[in-house]
Design a protein around this ligand. Sequence first.
Ligand SMILES: [Zn+2]
Length: 160
Amino acid sequence: MDDPVNDRNVTQALRRGFLGRCPCCGEGRLFGRFLKTVPACTTCGQPIDACHRADDAPPYFTMLLVGHLTVPMMLAMQMETRLPDIAYLAIWLPVTGLLALALLQPIKGAVVGLQWALRMHGFETPHADPIQVPQSAAMGLGTASTLPGRPGLGTGGAVT
Ligand SMILES: [Zn+2]
């Protein structure tokens, strides 16, 4: 009984999300932009953006991980070397910032994957019964005028 839609493997979903792939099929992209998830997977149709509630969890886990990686290295370097304080800042501020930026998207992807695997929030139903997503939004071509509740910006004509 191998049903990839209804059998949700937590480890696999975490890995797929971490790699920026749809937690359901592992093929479609999870992110349209840096931290903006796609409305739905373009491969399997799994609704994503309206279903997850990652909220503050990705930055929290990113700070937790980056802090636990960089602080011991900073302390070890400070005990082993005799550099001026400005040198430590010049080394560790960019390392810390770049590491946080590098990990934020994968960690958000893993959080979304975990929520999918645990059927949290909007992921509780199999996507065989998906939330209706406008085709243009699902393709990542959505514009403000095609989204419900967001009127278009106008084209400059037909002003009454
Ligand atoms: Zn998919």
